[in-house]
Design a protein around this ligand. Sequence first.
Ligand code: GRF
Length: 230
Amino acid sequence: MALPPGGPGRCGDFPPVSPAVSPDFARPARPLVLGFLASHGGSNLLAILTAIHEGRLPARPGIVVSNNSDAGALEHARRFGVPARHLSSHTHPDPGALDLAILAALEEHGVTLVVLAGYMRKLGPRVLAAYAGRVVNIHPALLPAFGGQGMYGLRVHQAVLAAGVRESGCTVHLVTADYDQGPILAQARVPVRPGDTPETLQARVLEQEHKLYAETLGRIARGELALPEV
Ligand code: GRF
């Protein structure tokens, strides 16, 4: 069978779009609607909601979901008027049902990008499939170092100090089925100082996380950072 001019697929059915005719061609077709998953205090969530509120991040918060009914993240959501939902093994004992409930909540609120903000559970296969390449996370170290299963919270900073490295930082990356293995989108670095404890290093990294996460989402929202295929 002869292929249409321009090669296989739908592109060949239409004349090419000229950038001169459509200067917005490279920008995202739809506004970014963020769906947050968070387990605890939600300081990254707060930084992102603040950036949206202050006009630094052109996106809309669609919903905040937490597996922890007492999460500070749910409080932040309510203060900003963002729908907040507790979905966990308590509300849905069957893991498949929980996966579907989270997916339904994200879709119901029109979420186009899932933002993990200290979410301490593994995403279910249905959410991962529906949002493949559209789930981002922040990790409190310079991946690929100090990542993987069991590397969370103070453990990360303890490992960094034990390794004796001179700098650490944070990484925004796409989420895939394997912990902390998805493509890296952005990193920020901080020095490791003599006398640092896991707590002092964590505080220095967290300050950078708040800036890096909001900035990176802003670059995605403005079409300056294209998400790679996963
Ligand atoms: C952050 O350190 C982040 O890197 C990790 O979980 C922590 C969440 O902190 N994924 P918070 O709840 O945003 O304060």
